[in-house]
Design a binder for this molecule. Structure first.
Ligand code: DGI
Ligand code: FE
Ligand code: FE
Length: 400
């Protein structure tokens, strides 16, 4: 197996890094390891830098947003190792972990042209092939060919070169300066920008309690896996449509939808800690049922971290179970979550028609689907779900 190794300070990881990581796929490698360095050998980290743990987390977000066909993992090898992060040490460790695999070290033009001056280039070139990427075809041959020959002659290095036409030109130093002045968004993946805002990195001074919708979307995206982002977008657009259709506050509907699943990937201990921190009381079923808890913890963060009005926070709180006496906004979020366009279940089409003509009937149908589904899975059905159904049945004058 051919393993691509791409190291860097990733302070922060930007679109240039992401384009470069794609070189791994273009070069025919089978998997990619991203390695944020602890202490870079060639420069000092500035005071405006993110902490190693934060760079590690941003690199994890980047890995999940690359959408490559090959597996991508993030290694904390260099962040954990004390002292300067020498590539030769890292490759020695990786070679020990994967003695049967080929290692290929990814690097841009600048790094490639100075490889002979790195610490212990003999070990580097012995343990890994060099996969150098340039921006243009021209970058390729004129510059690369003499260096390739030189490295081959001097170290016996194996070198492949890849052209990446879409490579974004930005230095991390320039990007951090832009971020401090409120810019830089266009050089970053949305989720990494959201993480930077959420953590207040690089002198961004976003007030989390007064974020614009665009900022709120990015912050929410930074908290979930990339595969959930289309669902959150779909829920937002469906909720906005329903707010216009049925006369609710569209901005509130968008805010509620953007944040509704932001704690979906919290572990059970994280859910319980968050609920305890904000004084959210939980019943016996909730304490044991992970899928129910994100509604409670999400509502708490919406209220206390993101400064949302109570109506928005309450809509998030009841979006999984529903309850008796739901407000219009609560109904809208509840059913938008089910009817949004990326839901592919057989019942989704039926709900998409019902939400246009009879919102209560749609919510009732959603509750019944939840009860059937949860019953079939063998989970305890929450009493709020049953209360919500009975309330709507009574409102509609129907009997069970
Ligand atoms: O967060 P989403 O996946 O977008 O949707 P959601 O918030 O409606 O959560 C769905 C999950 O919650 C699904 O795994 C079923 C579970 N769930 C919903 N109502 C109940 C429930 N689980 C139990 N045990 N009891 C319920 O009443
Ligand atoms: Fe949810
Ligand atoms: Fe959802």
């Amino acid at each position: 197996m051919k393993i691509g190794v791409y190291g860097g300070t990733f302070d922060p990881p930007h679109l240039g890094h992401m384009a470069a990581a794609r070189a791994a796929q273009l070069a025919g490698l089978d998997r990619l390891v991203l390695i944020p360095d602890g202490q870079p050998p060639h420069k000092d980290l500035s005071a405006a830098s993110a902490a190693p743990e934060q760079r590690l987390e941003m690199t994890r977000i980047m890995a999940d947003r690359l959408h490559l066909d090959i597996p991508v993992e993030v290694s904390d090898l260099e962040v954990r190792r004390a002292g300067k992060s020498y590539t030769s040490d890292t490759l020695t460790a990786l070679h020990r972990q994967h003695p049967k695999d080929e290692l290929w070290l990814l690097m841009g033009t600048d790094m490639f042209l100075t490889l002979q001056y790195w610490h212990d280039p003999e070990t580097i070139t012995r343990l890994a092939g060099i996969c150098a990427f340039g921006r243009t075809e021209g970058d390729g041959e004129d510059l690369f060919a003499p260096q390739r020959d030189y490295l081959a002659r001097r170290f016996g290095a194996r070198v492949v070169t890849v052209t990446l036409p879409g490579l974004v030109e930005i230095s991390s130093t320039a990007l951090r300066a832009l971020l401090a002045r409120g810019g830089g968004r266009e050089y970053l993946d949305e989720s990494i920008w959201g993480y930077i805002l959420r953590e207040g990195l690089y002198g961004t001074k976003a007030d989390l309690k007064h974020l614009s919708l665009e900022e709120l979307r990015a912050v929410s995206a930074s908290m979930v896996k990339s595969k959930r982002i289309p669902h959150i977008r779909g829920t937002e657009e469906t909720a906005a449509h329903l707010a216009r259709r049925w006369g609710a506050d569209e901005n509130a509907a968008r805010q509620a939808a953007i944040l509704h699943d932001c704690t979906k990937y919290y572990t059970l201990p994280q859910q319980l800690t968050t609920c305890a921190k904000y004084g959210i009381l939980l019943d016996d079923i909730e304490r044991k049922t992970l899928p129910l808890l994100h509604a409670k913890s999400g509502a708490a963060l919406a209220r206390y971290v993101f400064g949302m009005p109570e109506a928005v926070s309450e809509a998030i709180r009841w979006h999984t179970t529903g309850k008796a006496d739901m407000t219009l906004l609560e109904k809208i979020l509840y059913i938008a979550d089910y009817a949004e366009p990326t839901r592919k279940y057989s019942w989704a089409a039926e709900l998409r028609e019902l939400i246009e003509t009879d919102l209560d009937a749609a919510v009732l149908r959603g509750l019944e689907i939840t009860i059937e589904h949860t019953g079939r899975e063998g989970g305890p059905i929450h009493y709020r779900t049953l209360e919500a159904r009975d309330w709507l049945l009574a409102e509609r004058g129907e009997r069970r």
